[in-house]
Ligand binder design. Structure first.
Ligand SMILES: NC(=O)c1ccc[n+]([C@@H]2O[C@H](COP(=O)([O-])OP(=O)(O)OC[C@H]3O[C@@H](n4cnc5c(N)ncnc54)[C@H](O)[C@@H]3O)[C@@H](O)[C@H]2O)c1
Length: 315
């Protein structure tokens, strides 16, 4: 099995390459830049800008499968502030990758969509009803990144129907773990909180965006890559959630991380910072039914590994 993983210099992509290599696949890793922290996790490393059709064509040749994870993305601060560049870059990457996969006759194409595709009106309360796949319509994502994901989901289904390309689509819900972005503005809540707690001295203060009562669910990266592989192997053609259904507030997330650190830390709330939707959780009924998948690593276990890794980087 020869496979290409795009976005392989990033967080989930690098973990996925290692997982697929361990399965015995020949793995081509592609990214525009290499800021990941692992080494020797693919058989071939290609540096390419996938906004161009030519690059996408080259990297898909001779491949049985495409795992398309490349995206211009970041945490809530980044995706709230940047709109046109995110949509432009991601539309170009995804359109060019689908077309290249079709022309190169690949067997299967995986697309990483996002919980950001779900409509705002389903996520206005912190005591949220978990989001089912069908809830995506009528569409009203709260940011442009989510609109682009929804568009590409549809394009994947169109390529399946019109050209017979087998596409599989996962909607990831807050994936976290070691070797992800933890500084620079693109990091997400678990990594940002771990970094803040590592850096502050005992009895110091950390800032929390909003009032900390906004809710999310978080899924450890090892569970995520296992879900990706089960999905691409499956015969299920429509989008499925890959995430956790354990809802926590950002304050509870901070409690766990502070507990891991063993420090005594005060919180300062910053209402001027973006918080995204008020509450978001994943309904796992469909994914459990069609794939038999559910997350296995607890938030406490996953955050402990993530915290220790960020701590080692900052030391
Ligand atoms: N991490 C999450 O919680 C989460 C949630 C929902 C969806 N997703 C999706 O999963 C995928 C992977 O996310 P991640 O967390 O690993 O992000 P990441 O930012 O760590 O990885 C994305 C990679 O894509 C690469 N890339 C961007 N533009 C490129 C280009 N023009 N050409 C080639 N490579 C390019 C980046 O350099 C980066 O290494 C993305 O599609 C993302 O939208 C992630």
């Amino acid at each position: 099995m020869k496979v290409v993983v795009t976005g392989a210099g990033g967080f989930i992509g690098s973990h996925l390459c290692r997982y697929l290599q361990n399965k015995g696949y020949w793995v081509r890793a592609v990214d525009i830049k290499w800021d990941n922290y692992m080494s020797n996790y693919a058989d071939e490393f290609v540096t390419a800008d996938l906004r161009t059709a030519e690059s996408c064509s080259k990297i898909t040749q001779g491949m049985n499968r495409v795992y398309n994870l490349a995206a211009n993305m970041g945490g809530i601060g980044y995706i709230t502030e940047v709109k046109a560049e995110i949509v432009r870059d991601n539309v170009l990457i995804n359109v060019n990758m689908l077309e290249a996969a079709r022309k190169s006759n690949v067997d299967r194409f995986f697309f990483s969509s996002s919980a950001c595709a779900y409509p705002t009106y389903k996520q206005e309360s912190a005591a949220i009803v978990p989001l089912k796949e069908d809830d995506a319509y009528p569409a009203d994502p709260d940011n442009e990144y989510g609109w682009e994901k929804l568009f590409t989901e549809r394009l994947c289904l169109d390529y399946s129907e019109d050209f017979g390309l087998v596409t599989r689509i996962a909607r990831f819900h807050n994936i976290y773990g070691p070797e992800g972005t933890y500084m620079g503005g693109r990091e997400k809540a678990p990594a940002a909180l771990c970094r803040k707690v590592v850096k502050v001295s005992n009895s110091g203060k950390i800032d929390i965006w909003g009032d900390g009562e906004q809710t999310r669910s978080f899924c450890y990266v090892d569970d995520c890559v296992r879900g990706i592989e089960q999905l691409i192997e499956s015969d299920y053609p429509n989008p499925v959630n890959i995430g956790s259904d354990r809802l926590v507030t950002i304050n509870e997330l901070a409690d766990i991380i502070i507990g891991i650190s063993g420090k005594k830390i005060e919180r300062v709330y910053d209402p001027t910072k973006p918080q995204g939707v008020r509450g978001r959780n994943a309904d796992l009924t469909l994914v459990t039914k069609v794939l038999g998948w559910k997350p296995e690593i607890s938030l406490e276990q996953g955050l402990a590994k993530t915290y220790r890794w960020i701590e080692s980087r900052l030391q």
